[in-house]
Design a protein around this ligand. Sequence first.
Ligand SMILES: [Zn+2]
Length: 209
Amino acid sequence: MSALTPKPAYYRPVVADGKVFPVARSNYLSLIEFPNSWHAPRLRLVNGKWLLIGVHEGIDISAERGSPILSMEPGVVENVGWTFYSGTRVGVRGVDGRYYFYAHLSSVQQGIVVGAHVSAGTVLGLVGNTGYGPPGHRDEFPPHLHFGIEVGAHWVNPYSTLVSLYAATVGSTDQWQTELDRLASTGRSSAWRAMAQRIYMSLSPASGE
Ligand SMILES: [Zn+2]
């Protein structure tokens, strides 16, 4: 495998209560942000006028294009493909009966098809900014994952679940931060890079864990 086709590498999925935070790092300097955008007003331009058409029924997780999207919950893929507003999206029926919705993908992972079984942490696709147009349309907004959970016929606020899963993910690497800081303070950038790579990007546990 050449340097031009690197192995997929991303933040180690950390399972907490059987669930995984749905976006992984695409590199060890990746920034992942998710302000609480639940029920934020949503406007659409209709015949030249901005109309309030509803509220936001999910959380937007900002991340770089190409960041891996991980299934939060084990389950079965129920929907894959294009819708006007969601762009390329994947929907998973969780083993808990809830519907887990991932939208605006730049691409869908090979093997993610209707009926496929996924685990918590299975890669569903990559972050993008598709949607608001015909199939393939993109770039109407910055790359992010729109994430939603539907229970019965109602979307529920996934924010607190996301916060606790993100805390579990970041917390699992806290023990290494002191060593990273020490390397940074000595200016040993190659050693720092190697350690950051191992902590944040490896699919196998960091040594000593
Ligand atoms: Zn959204």
